[in-house]
Design a binder for this molecule. Structure first.
Ligand SMILES: [Zn+2]
Length: 82
């Protein structure tokens, strides 16, 4: 397997994981959420507006980066330092 092909496989696996989480009804924090929303209401409304808006990007069109930024923000600001 070439490096490029490995990167593509890894990217698709991450897209699939994010899509499954998006379609599901459990937020990354463990609370119930509405399917097709990234986060539960508490997490969503904890984000700055720019991050909330970014989560409406499509998978493969910036959603992954928006999700990563939101997850990092929530871990840092909402749950506190580990
Ligand atoms: Zn949540």
């Amino acid at each position: 397997m070439t490096d490029q092909r490995g990167a593509n496989v890894a990217r698709r696996a991450e897209e699939y994981r994010l899509l499954a989480e998006l379609r599901g009804n459990i937020c990354r924090c463990g609370a119930a959420k509405t399917p097709d929303r990234t986060l539960c209401r508490a997490c969503y409304w904890s984000l700055p507006e720019s991050m909330r808006v970014a989560l409406y990007r499509r998978i493969g069109k910036g959603y992954e980066a928006a999700y990563a930024a939101a997850a990092e923000y929530l871990d840092r600001h909402v749950r506190g330092p580990r």
